[in-house]
Design a protein around this ligand. Structure first.
Ligand code: ADP
Ligand code: MG
Length: 288
């Protein structure tokens, strides 16, 4: 499976516009990328403040996401996890702060410059977002046809490789309605990976899935991260997923309107000095 994934990198990077960031991965050995680049930030969030109308949701937060890591944003419902993710992927502009993607500020970029930054991301939203009237192959092809100069046969080959890498070999001609919820998420992941983005973002990848299927999704994220060195940014409130998958976590809090803890899941599990963090990571119910 890993060989397969290296092949994916090579095939699509040769043709994609987006070779700058993952060039280290694409040229030779993607496995070496992760180890060699873990200490440099690929995303830097600096003094980010988000406000809707006159309500501040996120108040002056800063954090870095390192290249090649699985980074999770956790916290209770409504604390601003999806909001922060939308800012990172440039869907919304903050009232204050900067978000540097490989050193380029996505908040200030416009036109071609913004497209250039956006091409660094593959995004998997809470609902899979697949086009219902299109087969899985057509859903993936759409992205490849509009963003690359690949020939039809190259596109078909790439679709096959992408679907295989998420465990959906042979499902090219299925419609989204003909497959399970877990398979839909994996198909959406295959589509998000179509152009081999150096960063993949997930909003609640396991929501709506049964625990076994959710765990399979977590394993897939880990496997792809390890094989391709892709930086994974995952928003989640699923504790099992967080503990088993994340290398580093930030925990947001509604009252603090910001980050109340940052570190490896194991460290946060032991953070007795902060009750909210300790309770969350040790699954202690909060009083109502
Ligand atoms: N587009 C919006 N307009 C106004 N309020 C919003 C918008 N998006 C989110 N919010 C509010 O911001 C807060 C954080 O939302 P969200 O980021 O979705 O939380 P989470 O993903 O952690 O559950 C919530 O109170 C939500 O109602
Ligand atoms: Mg959310």
């Amino acid at each position: 499976m890993i060989e397969e994934k290296k092949e994916i990198s090579n095939l699509s990077n040769n043709n994609s516009n987006e070779i700058e960031d993952n060039s280290k991965a694409s040229n030779t050995n993607s496995l070496s990328l992760k180890n060699s680049t873990n200490n440099e930030p690929i995303i830097q969030v600096k003094n980010l403040t988000v406000q809707y109308d006159d309500r501040v949701i996120i108040d002056n937060i800063s954090f870095d996401i390192m290249r090649g890591e699985i980074f999770m944003i956790v916290g209770g419902s409504g604390c601003g996890k999806s909001t922060v993710l939308r800012q990172i992927i440039g869907l919304e502009i903050p009232i204050e702060g900067e978000i540097l993607i490989n050193g380029e500020d996505i908040c200030k970029a416009t036109g071609k410059d913004k497209v250039h930054i956006l091409n660094k991301f593959g995004v998997l939203f809470q609902s899979s977002g697949l086009f219902a009237s299109m087969t899985l192959a057509e859903n993936i092809a759409l992205k490849l046809e509009t963003s690359t100069n690949l020939t039809n046969s190259q596109i078909l080959e790439l679709i096959n490789i992408k679907l295989t890498s998420v465990g959906l070999a042979g499902y090219e001609s299925f419609l989204p309605s003909e497959i399970s919820g877990g398979m839909k998420k994996r198909a959406a992941l295959a589509r998000a990976m179509a152009l081999d983005p150096p960063i993949l973002c997930f909003d609640e990848p396991s929501s709506g899935l049964d625990p076994v299927t959710a765990a399979t999704m977590d394993e897939l994220i880990k496997e792809l991260n390890s094989a391709l060195g892709t930086t994974m940014v995952v928003v989640s409130h699923d504790l099992d997923g967080v503990i088993n998958t994340a290398q580093r976590v930030i925990m947001l809090d509604k009252d603090a309107k910001g980050i109340i803890a940052e570190g490896a899941p194991k460290e946060l599990k032991e953070m007795k000095e902060n009750k909210k963090v300790y309770d969350f990571f040790n699954r202690i119910p909060t009083s109502i």
